[in-house]
Design a protein around this ligand. Structure first.
Ligand SMILES: Cc1cc2nc3c(=O)[nH]c(=O)nc-3n(C[C@H](O)[C@H](O)[C@H](O)COP(=O)(O)OP(=O)(O)OC[C@H]3O[C@@H](n4cnc5c(N)ncnc54)[C@H](O)[C@@H]3O)c2cc1C
Length: 285
């Protein structure tokens, strides 16, 4: 096992920003991804590390008007126990409950899942489907990046090397519903083969859908939105015919790959079936 890299332990966000501005450091939050990298199993280990765990400025879950705000250091256990999340975004609680097992949920953070940028990151489809904003910052100040623009290529983000993910802002839109579904090999400790979040707004009159979001992980190099499939669902009611058309469109729209966890064909078929099931459940038929 390689030697442990030198670690900076800032006591404030300002101190962390200054350390990052002076020299490149790999941030470590819960460490559940970084520790695997430090072990040298996934390419060269980081040369210098900055430990974020003591930065209370990056903690907390709360409502800011019609927005749910979660600090980057929010753990999955905190999300699962949060009355605010349970009331306003149960799909994020559902996603948190599928991540790793208890040990990972106690240490793993939402900011770590976002910055790690794995296409299989289970919280990421929920953030995409909710039009979340990622607030990042460094010595040059803060900026807000829409989730849709954040994951730019395989394991690459819009984050600059001297910036941190600070928090996530999720707009809570009236009459918006969202459902989450993950398919893995087991019920716990399973990396997704397909992970999906489906969001929509129902018309109070005819029950037709608008603002549909179909967000997926593990079917492309980054988490994605399936916009052709969204167009099929937008303006439609959740009938059997709509579900069939949407599922067929999704199967044609995504271009998954074969890898150690699954095959492209399996992912395509399963993604279509998951969407069909979610539309069926929403339609109550
Ligand atoms: C056994 C096991 C099971 C797992 N199961 C799942 C699973 O089911 N689903 C899933 O999605 N993931 C899973 N993971 C991966 C991991 O637990 C998650 O991605 C977790 O959210 C990472 O959070 P962390 O705080 O531990 O990140 P860390 O390991 O601390 O960091 C991850 C990456 O993000 C960067 N980073 C962290 N915080 C910040 C920040 N605030 N600003 C800028 N960069 C930052 C780090 O530099 C690093 O590159 C699993 C990991 C293990 C070891």
């Amino acid at each position: 096992m390689p030697a442990e890299p030198p670690i900076e332990v800032p006591r404030s966000l300002a101190e962390a920003f200054a350390i990052l501005a002076a020299a490149p450091h790999r941030p470590v939050a819960g460490g559940t991804d970084v520790l695997v990298q430090i072990a040298g199993e996934l390419g060269p280990p980081p040369e210098r590390v900055i430990d974020l765990w003591r930065l209370d400025e990056l903690r907390g879950i709360g409502l800011e008007g019609d927005t749910l705000a979660l600090g980057a250091l929010t753990t999955y256990t905190e999300i699962r126990r949060s009355a605010v999340c349970l009331e306003h975004l149960p799909a994020l609680v559902d996603a948190a409950a599928t991540i790793g097992a208890a040990q990972i949920q106690n240490r793993g953070t939402l900011g770590g899942n976002i910055a790690n940028a794995s296409p299989a990151g289970d919280s990421l489809p929920v953030l995409l489907a909710m039009d979340a904003e990622i607030v990042v910052g460094g010595v040059r100040g803060e900026q807000t990046i829409p989730a849709r623009d954040f994951w730019v290529a395989y394991r690459r983000t819009a984050l600059q090397p001297d910036e941190l993910v600070l928090r996530v802002r999720i707009p809570l839109v009236a009459r918006r519903e969202i459902r989450f579904r993950k398919v893995g090999t087991r019920r716990a400790q399973a990396i997704s083969k397909v992970v999906m979040a489906l969001a929509w707004r129902s018309s109070p009159g005819d029950g037709g859908w608008s603002d549909v979001r179909v967000a997926l992980g593990s079917v492309a190099a980054t988490p994605i939105r399936a916009t052709a499939t969204e167009a099929v669902l937008d303006g439609a009611a959740p009938t059997a015919e709509t579900a069939e058309r949407a599922a067929a469109t999704l199967a044609a729209e995504i271009q998954p790959i074969d890898d150690v966890r699954s095959t492209a064909d399996y992912r395509r078929v399963v993604a279509a079936r998951v969407l069909h099931r979610l539309v069926r459940d929403a339609g109550g038929w």
